[in-house]
Design a protein around this ligand. Structure first.
Ligand SMILES: Nc1ncnc2c1ncn2[C@@H]1O[C@H](COP(=O)(O)OP(=O)(O)OP(=O)(O)O)[C@@H](O)[C@H]1O
Length: 257
């Protein structure tokens, strides 16, 4: 049975806008409230401002209009508290460091002792199925394994909010589907973690999410919010159900407007 959805509001955007100094309106008047425990995906055409929204949530870019709160505080403060973590499409592992050192890096930057860093890094590497590769160098890993290591590095700080920007975009379809299942499993074990996920792939969004924000072409606005009211845990069989097909159609329709 599904647990009742938390009422804690982890992200609140009110008329959030971003105009870059060159005059590009990347995001315009986005209103969105994201609750604890959601898995919310953003889909939309290239350049509609998805990455800009993520940069604002992580405090890497300042809004130019409206308001944005993360965990009831400012995005920068939430990042300082290690409440938010980020996974990019490129794995961004340091090539000269072993897998375990890469994964432990956020803890090293926070001055956590060597012993504790090791323990925590081993814990998350086990979670992502890389416990036999702790000493490998990134170049010795496949694309899927590099992405698992990146996810482990994000999880090592125990973030409450995990932002993933097209994390599986560079992977082949089979690896992508395997990692989707693994990600759902990780998220399902820790239902307090909220995941925000950017993808161009409508099937991926429907498979993973509790809700989907469909964005319009630039300037980015939310054209539709679509619920995916299918209980978790979900498995491969979900992909072939009529309900899956119907939701994919709704999202695809909304993308055309
Ligand atoms: N630093 C910047 N200065 C000026 N314009 C920018 C800057 N960063 C992004 N933009 C523009 O803002 C718009 C939104 O960009 P953003 O990267 O947020 O889109 P996106 O939806 O993530 O795109 P994609 O799906 O291709 O990654 C684009 O037109 C982009 O060219």
């Amino acid at each position: 049975m599904e647990a009742a959805m938390s009422t804690k509001e982890w992200v609140r955007m009110e008329r959030l806008s971003k105009v870059y100094p060159n005059g590009t309106v990347a995001v315009q008047d986005v209103n969105l409230s994201i609750r604890e425990g959601e898995f919310l995906s953003f889909v939309g055409p290239s350049g509609c401002g998805k990455s800009t929204i993520f940069k604002m949530i992580t405090g890497l870019s300042e809004p130019t209009g409206g308001s944005l709160e993360v965990m009831g505080t400012s995005p920068k403060q939430a990042r300082k508290q290690s409440d938010t973590a980020f996974v990019f499409q490129d794995h961004t592992l340091l090539p000269w460091s072993s897998v375990i050192d890469n994964v432990a890096l956020p803890l090293a930057l926070r001055g956590i002792s060597r012993k504790e860093r090791r323990q925590e890094a081993e814990r998350v590497l086990e979670l992502v199925g890389l416990k036999d590769h702790t000493k490998s160098m990134p170049r010795q890993l496949s694309g899927g394994m590099k992405m698992r290591a990146s996810i482990a590095r994000a999880l090592v700080s125990k973030p409450k909010l995990l932002l993933m920007d097209e994390p599986f975009g560079a992977l082949d379809e089979i690896t992508r589907q395997t990692l989707q299942l693994e990600l759902l499993d990780l998220w399902h074990r820790d239902r307090e973690m909220t995941i925000l996920f950017v993808t161009h792939n409508v099937f991926e969004a429907v498979f993973l999410s509790t809700r989907i924000a469909v964005m319009t072409p630039r300037p980015g606005k939310v054209a539709a919010m679509i619920d995916v009211p299918v209980p978790f845990p979900r498995d491969e069989t979900f992909r072939t159900t009529p309900e899956f097909g119907q939701i994919v159609r709704s999202v695809s329709e909304a993308l055309k407007h």
